[in-house]
Design a protein around this ligand. Structure first.
Ligand code: NAD
Length: 262
């Protein structure tokens, strides 16, 4: 299937590990040039080196925290100066800590907002004017199954991610006439460092081992296994491609069937 991604320019945020990294590889495999960011410079450069060697595309990297609005804007402008265009922007960040409501602090609410909603606003503010000039663009947010079906111990994620869905819908409506699509991908349980973090937090409260945590999680997944980051990345690459030109304002869950709603 021709994706039309060859020579497109894609920003992938928080892409040194996990789903972001897999997304960078998936877009590069289709011939897109990349601009990657995450906090850890060495891990980011390691991903970039492998991508350059494997796919022969250009890869820019810049280490920073995506909750820093000024750094996001500086990065986006630098990417545009370098490539002369920005076609695709995939927003991503680490997830908030696993907590019940009573355990959360106001500082953690502020951090979850800054990391998982405000950072998307920063990227959207910075990239949409460029996409509008081009009359072509794809803005894709990575959130969580928690945005559609709350997960008991992830109250910070449940609340903040739902706001992203409202933002995605609003932007899809406003920027549709500019030929820009805006969609959200909600991963279910996916085998990355994030799941190790969740298993460790669970062990502190329940005493369950990582294997017991995984068995508990997968028994409720109709496909009876966790996802692979590459499986989330494939959905993102499809949304970025010409094949999804008429899809906008949507949340696509890649969750093995966990979401039980219609
Ligand atoms: P991960 O821990 O494997 O990777 C997270 C990436 O984000 C890393 O590259 C890290 O360096 C980067 N990052 C973290 N905080 C950052 C910051 N402030 N600024 C810049 N970069 C930052 O996690 P993952 O599983 O790939 O998760 C990606 C997103 O998907 C997270 O928001 C997570 O909550 C969400 N999610 C994950 C799962 C899952 O099961 N793995 C399920 C649902 C949602």
């Amino acid at each position: 299937m021709e994706t039309g991604l060859r020579n497109r320019v894609a920003i992938v945020a928080a892409s040194s590990k996990g789903i972001g990294r897999a997304t960078a590889f998936a877009l590069a495999a289709e011939g897109a040039h990349l601009a990657l960011c995450a906090r850890n410079a060495d891990m980011l450069e390691d991903a970039a080196k492998q991508i350059r060697a494997g796919y022969g595309v250009q890869v820019l990297t810049e280490p920073f925290d995506v909750s820093d609005d000024a750094r996001v804007r500086h990065f986006v402008d630098a990417v545009h100066r370098h490539f002369g265009r920005i076609d695709i922007c995939v927003t991503n960040a680490g997830g908030p800590p696993s907590k019940t409501f009573a355990e959360t602090t106001m500082e953690e609410w502020d951090r979850a907002y800054a990391l998982n909603l405000r950072s998307i606003v920063s990227f959207a503010h910075a990239v949409l004017p460029y996409m509008r000039q081009q009359h072509w663009g794809r803005l894709i947010t990575i959130t969580s199954i928690a945005a559609k079906q709350p997960v008991l111990e992830l109250v910070l994620s449940n609340a903040v991610r739902a706001g992203v869905l409202g933002l995605v819908r609003s932007l899809a409506t406003q920027y549709g006439p500019d030929n820009i699509t805006v969609n959200n991908v909600g991963p279910g349980f996916t085998a990355t460092e994030r799941v190790k973090e969740l298993a460790q937090a669970n062990a502190l409260t329940t005493g369950h081992s990582a294997a017991e945590y995984e068995a508990g999680v997968t028994k409720d997944i109709p496909l009876h296994r966790m996802g692979r980051p590459e499986e989330i990345a494939d959905a993102i690459a499809w949304l970025a491609s010409d094949r999804a030109a008429y899809v906008t304002g949507q949340t696509i869950l890649v969750d093995g069937g966990v979401y039980r709603g219609l």
